[in-house]
Design a protein around this ligand. Structure first.
Ligand code: ADP
Length: 885
């Protein structure tokens, strides 16, 4: 929502209660103005209250009762409230409903000063700036905020991404809008910031994610800090970043400053990357290969899911990142592979490292909480324990092998000297949530705290003594010292004993059955007790602040340590998977050939019965085996085979071992995968259009290092169109030379048998098929990929397997026999051999008039709705008017 809308809303709210503006409401409205379109949670005692339109919008979402503040008034103010201690759950409900939340707290002590309590806006919570799981932060997912700014050339886009809960900052320059779209898809941010006047970027943002409203210039009080911060972060590196990247970074930081109102200590130095540093995979290919998301839209069934044997959620997040950003640098890839290899060879150390990592937990997000000022005593104690568990990690790493990566991780994973021990020594065993609750400091850790606690205990002892002394001197056997919240300590004397009360007792209060008295001595003791208690809390809070300062002083060290520990966890997990599932180390090279022996599909293998997955070889190169046409009936295993080659390639580039007996893999810059629209025939033309657009994108972006996977391309249209398009696409992929003599390796699965003829006239095309065996009219899937075309179509056998009624199957067999013997069911010429040219093949089918006649004859008018009938009529007319009819 723009600034104009905010003002008018504030005015409207203001107008509603103009008559009686209490000081508190005036305070509310001025804070509400700062909160913009966020729902304002206004702290009133033990509740957060919502007023006016905020209350009306939020009450149904929060499922709380909407009431009003001044019921008698003809213009009552709508309000609702939630208890402050349960606020997180309510916040997450509003965030889930796409609303932002502003938190206004009491910043002065209500007891300290009379009159209106001071209040301030302390934080605006938006989807990308949540910091708590209770607010909706997902443990194993990054929570990204991305800002985009156009480069001065008008095309390139500076993209800055922040993960607030870990402090990670990444920046890149996408060369054009399309590249920016792809990068945004890979980042999958929770919020995108874009300049308000850039409609292209706005369109881009909304195509990927629920975009946030553009925020203009940040609140003036934050701007200088943001500029300082950028200067600090980019010190000596300014030239590394283009102006668009710097501006994107500035906007992202400004947004954080405005919403979180915290410092930037925990943000790491920005990492600058080029999109070409990583193997590219567009959004559709990523989904098609189920890289980080399975069919259900969750991780289940994805490559990430299979490989994720990490011990901590930070490890899980980093693994996801490795899969989204596979490398192009052979040196870095082998560093990872070396480390994994070493770890596989040391099972004992692996187990020990695993135990330590589990104890360390999500160190990354824990450390970041100190940076954003959201760490209490319990977090500090957790940090102490994590540091303690982390202490042995460097040594274990060095013991598992001196590979360059393990050695450098051992170095960065060192705990800051003495910090863990200091935390353990200072903090009590049982800790309160807030430092001001008292009981934070370990007994014996601070002499002053011990002394004050001693005073408190002494005073309690003296109270008990005083009570028994006065009891015997007065002779009132029921005399007791009691405590009242307002009155403090008093002697309680029941009515029948009033005559025994001595002179030095001062009456404080009379009740129906008793009277309350004080004495100077009692007052002294009370004073001593409450002073000791207050001073003790003060001192404890002071000590805790010192502890926090100490941690903050180590923030840079701790964030680097966190990153190292996360990488250790990923490597350890990958070593575990490789060991458990018999993966091998892939060999990556700068050549162009791919040679996988006994390769398996990691996900299908994992979900099939043990040992039942059939492995397959793949050989591709630029000279003889560039384009592989894979035929075979439905369900034979064509798609699985295609995807397995793509996944093995991707895993190798991520630095993981791969499911195969051996794998030599050429450095690959991009994997394109496209799946035909055939499964979605209802959507008809539009789906086919999408398919063709995507194919066009592939054909115009080929390099010799591209791996192309096409599955049933051309299925979304009529048979002739489909064959023709599939044929032409295959031909283009074969002939096209992105560089002299270079060709893109391609796997092409099709059920258009006609395509096997390509191999005759195109030297780099090879035919392959997935074997099936016919047995008693049924079909047995052998899942073995062999060179050579499929011998015939097993469609009828598959139809039978799927439960098509026997008479239909019998009739199909009859027709097939006729076709094969040359009789043809509708006067066709006969079935040409599998290797004949496509034109000959096309003629074997009945002519277009016959197809149209059959289409009309098969219409069952009685079974159609009027709309279906109209649609069918429209389709028939379109068919009859076709130019090539
Ligand atoms: P197609 O693309 O030829 O229609 P799919 O690749 O979808 O066939 O495979 C169909 C099913 O067969 C898969 O869901 C999988 O369960 C199984 N399958 C495929 N390949 C193999 C294999 N190599 N070993 C074991 N099962 C396989």
């Amino acid at each position: 929502m723009g600034a104009g809308a905010q003002t008018s809303k504030a005015e409207k709210d203001g107008g509603r209660r103009k008559k009686k503006l209490t000081p508190m409401l005036a305070q509310y409205l001025s804070i509400k103005e700062q909160a913009g379109d966020a729902i304002l949670f206004f702290r009133l005692g033990d509740f957060y209250e919502l007023f006016f339109e905020d209350a009306e919008r939020a009450a149904p979402i929060l499922e709380v009762t909407l009431t009003s503040r001044n019921k008698g008034d003809p213009n009552p103010i709508p309000m609702c409230g939630v208890p402050y201690h349960a606020v997180e759950g309510y916040i997450s409900k509003l965030l889930a409903a796409d609303l932002n939340v502003a938190i206004c707290d009491q910043v002065s002590d209500p007891a300290a000063a009379p009159g209106l309590v001071e209040r301030d806006l302390v934080r605006i919570i938006t989807p990308a700036t949540v910091l708590e799981e209770g607010e909706g932060l997902v443990q194993t997912r990054q929570n990204h905020l991305t800002a985009m700014v156009r480069h001065s050339d008008g095309n390139a886009v500076g993209i800055a991404t922040v993960e607030i809960s870990t402090g990670e900052l990444r920046v890149c320059l996408a060369p054009g809008l399309e590249a920016a779209r792809e990068e945004l898809g890979r980042i999958a941010p929770r919020e995108v910031l874009f300049p308000p006047d850039d409609t292209d970027l706005e369109g881009l943002a909304s195509s990927v994610t629920p975009a946030v409203s553009p925020r203009g210039a940040p609140d003036a009080r934050w701007a200088p800090r943001v500029d300082d911060e950028i200067d600090r972060h980019l010190e000596g590196r300014r030239d590394e970043f283009s102006p668009a990247e710097r501006e994107a970074l500035r906007r992202a930081l400004a947004y954080i400053a405005e919403t979180l109102r915290c410092g930037f200590e925990h943000l790491r130095a920005p990492i600058r990357y080029e999109m070409s540093d990583h193997l590219l995979l567009d959004e559709r290919s990523r989904r098609n290969l189920a890289v980080v998301e399975g069919g259900s839209g969750t991780a289940h069934g994805s490559l990430w899911w299979v490989l994720d044997e990490t011990c901590t959620s930070m490890g899980s997040r980093h693994l996801r990142d490795w899969l989204l950003y596979p490398l192009q640098d052979l040196g870095r890839i082998s560093e990872r592979l070396d480390a994994i290899e070493s770890l596989i060879e040391s099972p004992g150390l692996r187990r020990e490292l695993g135990t330590q990592l589990k104890a360390i937990g999500d160190f990354e997000r824990l450390v970041a909480r100190f940076g954003v000022g959201r760490a209490g005593p319990r977090e500090a104690a957790r940090l102490g324990r994590a540091l303690d568990a982390a202490a042995s990690v460097p040594e274990l790493l060095i013991e598992s092998g001196k590979t360059s990566l393990l050695v450098s991780l051992a170095d960065s994973a060192q705990s800051p000297a003495g910090l863990g021990a200091h935390l353990a020594a200072m903090l009590a065993d049982e800790l309160p949530v807030h430092a001001t609750d008292g009981g934070v400091v370990r007994p014996g850790a601070d002499a002053e705290v011990d002394r004050l606690r001693g005073l408190g205990r002494d005073a309690e002892q003296l109270l008990a003594e005083l009570e028994s002394r006065e009891r015997s001197s007065t002779g009132i056997s029921s005399l007791k010292i009691r405590h009242h919240r307002v009155l403090g300590y008093f002697f309680d004397v029941t009515k029948p004993n009033l005559s025994l009360v001595p002179d030095h007792f001062v009456r404080r209060q009379s009740l129906a059955s008793s009277e309350r008295f004080s004495t100077p001595e009692l007052q002294d003791l009370e004073q001593q007790l409450s002073t000791a208690d207050a001073r003790c809390r003060e001192r404890e809070a002071e000590i805790f602040q010192e502890v926090l300062e100490l941690v903050r002083g180590q923030e840079v060290h701790l964030t680097a340590q966190a990153a190292a520990l996360a990488v250790v966890d990923v490597l350890l997990g990958l070593a575990d998977v490789a060991h458990q599932r018999n993966y091998v180390r892939p060999e990556l090279h700068r050549g162009t050939s791919l040679d996988v022996r006994e390769g398996r599909h990691p996900v299908v293998e994992r979900t099939s019965a043990a040992g039942s997955f059939v492995s397959n070889d793949t050989q591709l190169d630029e000279t003889d085996r560039q384009l592989m046409i894979i035929t075979g009936p439905n369900m034979a295993g064509k798609s699985t085979y295609l995807r397995q080659v793509a996944l093995i390639t991707l895993m190798a580039h991520a630095g993981s071992f791969v499911p195969a007996a051996s794998a030599r893999i050429s450095l690959t810059d991009r994997i394109w995968t496209r799946v035909g629209a055939g499964d979605d025939l209802v959507a008809g033309d539009s789906t086919f259009m999408v398919e063709m657009k995507e194919t066009a994108a592939i054909l115009s972006n080929l390099t010799s290092r591209t791996l192309v996977i096409l599955d049933e391309i051309g299925r979304g249209t009529s048979t002739y169109d489909g064959i023709a398009i599939a044929w032409a696409v295959a031909e283009f992929l074969h002939d096209f030379e992105p560089a002299p003599g270079a060709h893109a390796k391609t796997l092409f699965a099709t059920h258009f048998h006609e395509l096997v003829a390509l191999a005759q006239s195109h030297p780099r095309v090879v035919n392959a098929s997935v074997t099936v065996r016919e047995w008693k009219d049924d079909v047995l899937f052998l899942r073995k990929v062999v060179d050579g075309p499929a011998s015939r179509s097993y469609g009828i056998a598959v139809a039978r397997l799927a439960g098509v009624p026997d008479p239909v199957v019998a009739r199909a067999r009859d027709l097939l026999r006729k076709l094969e013997s040359g009789e043809g069911p509708g006067g066709a010429e006969g079935l040409a051999s599998a290797t004949s040219a496509p034109t000959a093949q096309i003629e074997l089918f009945s002519g277009p008039e016959e197809t149209l006649r059959q289409s009309v004859a098969s219409i069952e008018v009685d079974a159609m709705t009027p709309l279906e009938a109209l649609n069918r009529l429209h389709a028939l007319v379109t068919e009859a008017r076709r130019e090539d009819f």
